[in-house]
Design a protein around this ligand. Structure first.
Ligand code: MG
Ligand code: MG
Length: 270
């Protein structure tokens, strides 16, 4: 069942999303060769709690940390550890926060120093596919329209679209209906409803779409051990159009990146 949110609830969800956005910005400042994912996890937990929220993933389904930290060939759900990041790594960081009874949940894949050109392109294309998907989250469309658009964009570049893991509705629960696959057929699936909120999150592999689960019960890696990227935004359907609740602006501030990629999805100035 899709839980529709009132405009007041959507503003509370924006607050939760922005807590995650600011947290990812703080984490971005600390990403460099030599830092460990456990150190970044501590920065995130402190930042979330300083904003009066609680980490959304910590303890969720018994996950042990604040951030899902998935370097290089890991797709998602990696557990922070004491292995230092090294130049040329990529690190997918997924973060959740809970405040006022609502979750924020979004993700970004960061380069660590200079990365291989083919990996850089994977990051660019995956992030672009997120916006291609968000553009289809509008009145009259269905779940399959978003998935179709993301899949087509990524497969045109020869990339693998992960099947087993999907985006989702978001609200007072981290995972609500509907599931939002990053693949699909046009015009299929549940119809979008004014006031629904979803997390759209392409998980895209440089090689095969196939994945494997590790024995820790969490970590997912690519079957061919090629890199994987993950970008996620929280989006509400407002006035029939996608309204971005999360932002990468804090990340871009930290990294010195100029971007207007979010402008078309923002009806409200934040
Ligand atoms: Mg997430
Ligand atoms: Mg999510």
């Amino acid at each position: 069942m899709i839980v529709v949110k009132s405009s007041e609830e959507i503003e509370l969800m924006r607050e939760s999303a922005l807590i995650v956005s600011k947290t990812l910005g703080e984490v971005a400042k600390a990403i460099k060769p030599g830092v460990t994912t456990l150190q970044l996890d501590k920065i995130a937990e402190d930042c979330i709690r300083d904003q009066g929220a609680i980490p959304g993933f910590l303890g969720l389904y018994d996950f042990p940390n604040t951030l899902c930290m998935s370097p290089n060939t890991q797709v998602v759900h990696g557990i922070p550890n004491s292995t230092p990041l090294v130049e040329g790594d990529i690190i997918s960081i997924d973060c959740g926060a809970l405040k006022n009874g609502f979750y924020g949940d979004h993700a970004y894949t960061f380069p660590v120093g200079e990365i291989a050109p083919e990996t850089e392109k994977l990051l660019q294309v995956t992030k672009a596919s997120l916006y291609v998907g968000i553009r289809e989250f509008k009145k009259g469309n269905r779940v399959g329209d978003v998935g179709y658009a993301i899949q087509k964009h990524c497969e045109n570049h020869g990339y693998g679209v992960v099947r087993e893991l999907v985006g989702h509705g978001l609200g007072s629960k981290m995972h609500e209906d509907p599931e939002m696959p990053n693949y699909g057929k046009r015009g299929r699936g549940k119809k979008f409803i004014e006031g629904m909120v979803v997390a759209i999150e392409p998980m895209i592999n440089l090689g095969t779409h196939r994945i494997k689960q590790h024995r820790d019960g969490w970590t997912i890696t690519t079957l061919d051990n090629k890199p994987s990227a993950h970008f996620e935004h929280d989006v509400a359907l407002v006035n029939g159009k996608p309204e971005l609740l999360s932002t990468f602006a804090y990340i871009y501030d930290a990294l010195g990146i100029e971007s207007n990629e979010e402008d078309e999805f923002r009806q409200k100035v934040i």
